[in-house]
Write a protein that binds this ligand. Structure first.
Ligand SMILES: O=c1ccn([C@@H]2O[C@H](COP(=O)(O)OP(=O)(O)O[C@H]3O[C@H](CO)[C@@H](O)[C@H](O)[C@H]3O)[C@@H](O)[C@H]2O)c(=O)[nH]1
Ligand SMILES: [Mn+2]
Length: 740
């Protein structure tokens, strides 16, 4: 049994020598008490629904059935969530033991960074990520950085060239000053130095060096072309004249710093890691398969150049923020007893731009702090695309075999023999999409194609090949990224996620089918929390519309406060909110952040998930194409300011906002209507409508930002009058339908 397994794992770690240790979460009896009482409450609610069903012809029979179906679904979904959360495990590493034993035998690490669009992902962000990686506390000859640019932008290439120059000063500076915020932008925004400090002049010189570089990149982008004398500095610029009309797919590979090169040595004797730029052309005849395609191309290219047995994948905005995270990851891979079972080590994705009360619930705190250790307890966390260390062999498609421990050293990379230009020429062909024609890339090898959450499906496949994975959450955040900062960005991002997960559920990779007998049932259910996100749109819409409309029509859908049946409803509602609030507060969120999170759940469920649901169905019947809407990493100045001040951003006329606004208006309308009836019929009638009032009232309350944005704001982020009118029209139509 799992319990035994865990106990013996901890035992083993105690025996000294192990590089990591596993500890089980505390407080499990409480969890069981919670689960049993919740189940009891749910059953009573269902019993009430069955026993009090209106007879045929009676008012509200359909509404009743919809409520019953919804509550069944919520119960089922709660059960899935609980099954993931009941047995979390937490991991600890012993990096001193690692250094002690393996310092001279550390494996090569290849870092893959993806960027795709120089406008919504400005190159300065991507190169800050590159620079943060270069500042890792790791032997430079064993570290290589690859930047994939799906935008194929000459400006990104230029920025990387600048960065590889700047790195020669930045990396030694980081060592000398023991810099912890390894991305220069973050470092200079977070730390300051006193004029009396002996390091003052060095510090300010470095700051100026960075600001100048930033300025040059910015100016070049504004100008729209690269100056002649800059172009003369690197022959790489000449490649941007390639013709896109060619029959074959084309790619560019440029080695900007060659790790074995002596010139790469800076004044103080610091060698720099290898830095490689790769771009794949957009070609009408070939699908470039978005990020998965980019990562697969990098796998092939890097195999020829550095061939590190460990790979770290990062999004362009995800800076390294902890000099030790490579070593943490290695503690899992290199542990003598159990290391060979692990395919990947996932770190949490943390964000550097979350505001005080986390307006859009973008920190993903609860998912990462509660769910992920739970997945880990069931055999392995999921792979979420960024901040994850992989074994190259596992990404390439290798099956787990108890007997074969993977050699960490990897084959000798070719860079030792071939010249840079030969390597570039050879790897260029490997980077193209035409190279993948009639191969297993995207199917059995590398990241999987055809899904907007390529990471999830790839991780699932790795686990189904017998590998374990680990979730590791160090005290100091290992990585810091940029969370979306406007409501529509968040909703679109979640639409992509929900859609991807739901597609997996409906495909042959459905965790229950594909994972059957390959991974634990608990882990299969774990994947389903997300796979079924999209489906939640329907029950949620039922719950936010029907009881309120029924309130208006004096149809009671819940037991009266004076009835016995009121107890299970009150109990389940109170318990689930108390537990969720407790979780949030426990993980350091504020009360207001929790409230904001509840609102975001409502918004995601009624818009992102709905659109994801519909789009997935359309795609299933062949009416829609696969897309990957990239999340912008920047917003305009005004809306950024509103974000900083915690003001919700609407602004555009998105159909998503019409739905949000319509739900809010409908509930306001019903609440007013309900109150009117109480005034007419007296407070006595309140009893049997109490829960409906509570629900409708909470919906009005939580939607306050929408009313504010429709009626009391006139900045550019308010709700356009068109959207408000449309939503009112929707409410009127809904009202007339309901009286038919
Ligand atoms: O055609 C593309 C599209 C995207 N990207 C890159 O993929 C990364 C992730 O894209 P982003 O729009 O930032 O997605 P997020 O929703 O923020 O990312 C989460 O979700 C994705 C899956 O939906 C994962 O790939 C990411 O790692 C994970 O952080 C970025 O670096 C992009 O530059 C490409 O390289 N090529
Ligand atoms: Mn992102």
């Amino acid at each position: 049994m799992r319990t035994e397994e865990l106990r013996s794992e901890v035992e083993m770690a105690r025996k000294e020598g192990c590089l990591f240790e596993v500890r089980r979460g505390k407080g499990r009896p409480w969890w069981w008490l919670y689960a049993v009482s919740m189940l009891l409450g749910l059953h009573l609610i269902w019993a009430y629904r069955v026993s009090h069903m209106p007879v045929a012809g009676e008012k509200g029979r359909w509404a009743w059935m919809a409520m019953f179906a919804t509550e069944l679904w919520f119960g089922f979904y709660w059960f899935i969530t609980f099954s993931v959360r009941w047995n979390p495990i937490y991991r600890y590493t012993f990096k001193d033991r690692l250094s002690h034993r393996y310092e001279d035998k550390l494996p090569g690490v290849d870092v893959f960074i993806c960027t795709a669009d120089p406008i919504i992902e400005p190159p300065i962000i991507a190169i800050n990520t590159v620079l943060s990686v270069l500042a890792y506390d790791y032997p430079p000859e064993k570290l290589s950085v690859y930047l994939s640019d799906d935008g194929g932008s000459i400006f990104t290439f230029y920025a990387l060239l600048e960065a590889s120059q700047f790195a020669k000063s930045w990396v030694p500076f980081c060592r000398k000053f023991n810099v912890q915020h390894m991305s220069p932008a973050l470092f200079f925004s977070k730390s300051s130095i006193s004029i009396h400090d002996s390091r003052f002049s060095e510090w300010t010189t470095m700051e100026k060096l960075y600001k100048d570089m930033e300025y040059r990149i910015d100016a070049t982008m504004k100008q729209g072309y690269i100056l002649k004398d800059i172009k003369a500095k690197h022959e790489g610029f000449s490649e941007w004249s390639f013709k896109t009309t060619s029959k074959d797919h084309q790619a560019i590979v440029k080695i900007l710093i060659d790790g074995r090169d002596q010139i790469a040595q800076d004044i103080e004797g610091f060698a720099l890691p290898t830095i490689v730029y790769m771009a794949r052309e957009k070609h009408p005849n070939y699908h470039h398969n978005f990020k998965a395609g980019a990562l697969n191309a990098l796998l092939r290219v890097s195999e020829q150049i550095s061939n590190g047995p460990i790979i770290l994948t990062l999004d362009c905005d995800m800076c390294v923020n902890n000099v030790e995270s490579i070593r943490d990851a290695l503690c899992f891979f290199m542990d003598e007893e159990r290391g060979h079972e692990y395919a990947f080590v996932q770190f949490p994705q943390s964000f550097r731009n979350i505001i005080k009360h986390d307006l859009y619930a973008t920190s993903l705190n609860i998912i990462q702090m509660v769910n992920f250790p739970g997945h880990d307890g069931q055999g392995g966390p999921i792979y979420i695309g960024s901040c994850c260390f992989h074994r190259r062999a596992c990404l390439n498609g290798r099956k787990y075999n108890e007997l074969s421990k993977i050699e960490m050293k990897g084959k000798k990379p070719n860079i030792l023999e071939a010249s840079v230009s030969i390597l570039e020429e050879r790897t260029k062909n490997l980077a193209t999409c035409s190279y993948e024609e009639n191969t297993q890339w995207g199917k059995e090898m590398g990241l999987k194609y055809g899904c907007p959450v390529e990471d999830i499906i790839t991780g699932l496949a790795i686990q189904c090949r017998g590998w374990k994975s680990a979730h590791f959450c160090p005290k100091r955040e290992a990585f810091l990224g940029l969370a979306p900062t406007t409501l529509s960005q968040v909703l679109v991002q979640h639409k992509r996620w929900a859609e991807g997960h739901f597609q997996i559920f409906l495909s042959k990779y459905c965790p229950f089918l594909y994972g059957f007998r390959r991974i634990k049932l608990g882990l299969q259910m774990g994947y389903c929390i997300y796979s079924l996100w999209a489906v939640n749109c329907i029950p949620t819409l039922i719950y936010v519309v029907i009881p309120s409309i029924c309130l208006l029509h004096e149809i009671s859908l819940f037991p009266s406060v004076f009835s016995f049946w009121f107890i299970p409803f009150a109990f389940v509602i109170a318990l689930s909110y108390v537990v969720s609030l407790w979780e949030s507060l426990y993980f350091g969120e504020t009360l207001k952040a929790w409230w904001n999170e509840q609102r975001m759940w409502l918004y995601k469920r009624t818009t992102s998930y709905l659109f994801a649901f519909v789009d997935t169905i359309l795609k299933l019947i062949g009416m829609n194409d696969l897309a990957f809407a990239i999340t912008p990493k920047v917003a305009d100045e005004e809306s950024s300011k509103r974000y900083e001040n915690g003001i919700m951003e609407f602004g555009s006329t998105s159909p998503m906002f019409v739905i949000l606004s319509a739900v809010a208006m409908l509930n306001l309308f019903c609440l007013v209507g309900g109150i009117k009836q109480v005034i007419i019929y007296g407070v006595g009638s309140l009893g049997s409508f109490f829960l409906q009032f509570l629900l409708c009232g909470s919906l009005v309350l939580i939607n306050f930002p929408i009313f504010e944005a429709s009626f009391f704001r006139n900045d550019k982020g308010c709700i356009p009058i068109k959207t408000t009118l449309l939503s009112v029209a929707v409410v009127i139509v809904a009202y007339f339908i309901s009286i038919l």
